[in-house]
Write a protein that binds this ligand. Structure first.
Ligand SMILES: Cc1cc2nc3c(=O)[nH]c(=O)nc-3n(C[C@H](O)[C@H](O)[C@H](O)COP(=O)(O)OP(=O)(O)OC[C@H]3O[C@@H](n4cnc5c(N)ncnc54)[C@H](O)[C@@H]3O)c2cc1C
Length: 538
């Protein structure tokens, strides 16, 4: 992999092997059974995405592009179109590319300029002529088929364009910071003619809806990429630190090393995983596309993956900075996950806007209600940090209420910061729930079991402390900073946020971090395990 990365080369043979139904055929997982696929669940797809990202995020991206490219078809195509295109993915392993982004339309896809003009014959639409360009398209130079978003007279619509179509060209591959095994290229369309049956769904103007319909699912996939890449870096740093002797002992025995570079990253990655797993289960249970949950999972897991890879370079010191030790490649690769399929800032906005509506609809009670549910969980499982997650949720409700009263979301920065606080508070509750399920032996059998009940409970307690502190302190900071509380009322707001309880909840943090370090380095004593199960007294 490292040689291909250095040569900036997409190994097309490996990509085709991955998609060849007679060889690996990974794409079969996301093609429904009726079209010759395996019809894997969202949970299965998450598992595969994490594994692929552990190997190489560029190759994973290539497969993801076929998945994305086929998405508008799965969601919106006519039965005939589905049969034609999905069967070809399953049976022939054709590669797709997903052409949405344009030079001037990235996060704001609505401003796309590519056009698809009707071609009429005898008063009937017989085809379309596509004109425009697409930017940063994964598989752009190697795909067999392209799904392309273009403006028809009735609005944005998806079209399937075949490689080699007249007037369609792609540029040479981009010279990228990371995922250098993935082919990324710009596309150009000059009067590219497609027959009318290439309009996905047969009706114009459905494109943006079709794109949004599966965001929950596709963002979970990228979330899993962040998770896999982050763990892949840590799984290099952890063994390295047991062998590297400095100042007379291995780095793994130095608390200032493990508690800065390793443990917090493990905790944040596992918070992301908890959110991914819970959301995947809910999508599979038919709760809809869960776009906001997908956004939270993506936001947390990709930011965590990025930080974990960055910390892993530091953990390997000078070796980490060289190509040979891989962590710097992983860091370059994972960086894309906070950008594509919606940037972290767009995730913050998506999360915040959606939950803001819930806050308004419930007259500020939404997160207080959620907190009460988590308090019930605490009564049954006093060791999973649910009490502290509840503090985070209550504080969040107070912050949002002050933001409402002061009309603070007119400041875009406040709106986006709320997105971050929401993600942390919700993930703290989710992690506590999963730690409780693990303790009861009721976690889905496919769920990750790297950590046992005692360790997951400790991870959950650590994350809950971080979430509560972040929500209360940052919430106070931004609300006060935007003039939402007069100076004289800050002490009362601190009481409403329960800042004292949030501060008190930090006690026991180092003991829990010690425990997780011991778990990671296989040096847990029976006594330690017992006290971790019971939870650290506060
Ligand atoms: C390697 C790679 C592969 C890709 N693969 C594909 C693909 O296969 N298909 C495809 O269609 N696209 C693909 N993309 C495009 C990718 O999805 C976009 O780059 C991404 O959505 C961001 O758009 P942009 O680059 O135009 O950045 P912009 O939207 O211009 O954003 C730039 C910065 O501004 C911030 N920002 C944007 N809008 C706002 C706002 N309203 N308020 C506050 N901040 C804002 C963003 O968060 C970001 O930090 C790929 C990109 C790369 C780099």
């Amino acid at each position: 992999m490292i040689e291909l990365d250095e040569r900036d080369e997409c190994p097309e043979d490996i990509v085709h092997t991955m998609c060849n139904p007679d060889q690996l055929g990974i794409q079969l997982l996301f093609v429904p059974e009726e079209y010759g696929g395996l019809g894997g669940s969202t949970f299965d797809v998450y598992l595969i995405c994490e594994e692929m990202a552990r190997i190489d995020l560029g190759l994973a991206t290539s497969l993801f592009a076929t998945f994305l490219g086929s998405d508008p078809i799965t969601v919106g195509a006519t039965p005939e179109q589905k049969k034609l295109w999905l069967s070809r993915i399953a049976n022939e392993g054709v590669l797709f590319a997903y052409g949405a982004t344009e030079p001037e339309a990235g996060s704001d896809l609505g401003s796309l300029k590519t056009t698809a003009d009707r071609v009429m014959q005898d008063g009937k639409v017989v085809g379309y002529k596509i004109n425009g360009s697409k930017q940063w398209i994964s598989n752009g130079g190697i795909a067999d088929l392209y799904t392309v978003l273009a403006n028809t007279p009735s609005g944005p619509s998806w079209f399937v364009v075949e490689k080699g179509a007249k007037g369609f060209t792609h540029d040479k591959p981009e010279n990228k910071h990371g995922i250098r095994l993935s082919n990324t290229a710009a596309l150009s369309f000059v009067d590219t003619y497609v027959d009318a049956d290439r309009l996905i769904g047969g009706a114009e103007g459905q494109g943006l809806l079709q794109a949004q319909a599966v965001f929950g699912y596709t963002r979970l996939m990228v979330a899993a990429f962040g998770l896999g890449a982050g763990w892949s870096a840590l799984d290099r740093a952890i063994p390295y630190s047991t062998k590297r002797i400095q100042a007379g002992s291995p780095l793994s025995e130095k608390q200032g090393y493990t508690h800065k570079l390793i443990v917090p990253n493990v905790v944040r990655l596992e918070a992301g995983r908890a959110f991914i797993e819970e959301t995947a289960e809910r999508i599979d249970a038919g709760e809809g596309s869960l776009n906001t949950e997908g956004a939270i999972a993506k936001y947390l897991s990709t930011e965590a993956g990025n930080s974990a890879a960055e910390a892993s370079i530091q953990a390997l010191g000078g070796y980490g900075y060289t190509h040979e030790y891989m962590v710097e490649k992983i860091k370059r690769d994972v960086r894309i996950t906070t950008i594509y399929e919606g940037t972290s800032e767009i995730m913050e906005m998506t999360i915040s806007r959606d939950r803001w509506q819930l806050h308004l609809k419930t007259r500020g009670q939404h997160y207080h209600e959620r907190a009460k549910q988590v308090e019930l969980l605490h009564a049954a499982h006093p060791n999973v940090g649910a009490d502290v997650a509840a503090l985070a949720l209550h504080a969040l409700a107070e912050v949002m209420e002050k933001a409402r009263a002061g009309r603070l979301t007119r400041y875009q920065h406040i709106l986006l910061r709320l997105g971050e606080l929401i993600a942390y508070a919700e993930a703290a509750a989710t992690l506590a729930r999963r730690a409780a399920l693990m303790a009861e032996g009721r976690l889905n059998e496919k769920a990750n079991d790297r950590f046992d009940a005692a360790a997951l409970a400790a991870i959950s307690r650590i994350f809950a402390r971080e979430a509560a502190l972040k929500v209360a302190q940052d919430g106070l900071r931004w609300v006060a900073g935007a003039g939402g509380v007069p100076d004289a009322e800050i002490p009362a707001f601190e009481v409403a946020l329960n800042l004292q309880a949030v501060n008190r909840a930090q006690s026991g943090l180092i003991a829990d971090m010690d425990y997780i370090a011991d778990v990671l380095y296989n040096r847990v004593t029976k006594r330690e395990e017992l006290s971790a199960l019971v939870g650290v007294e506060r």
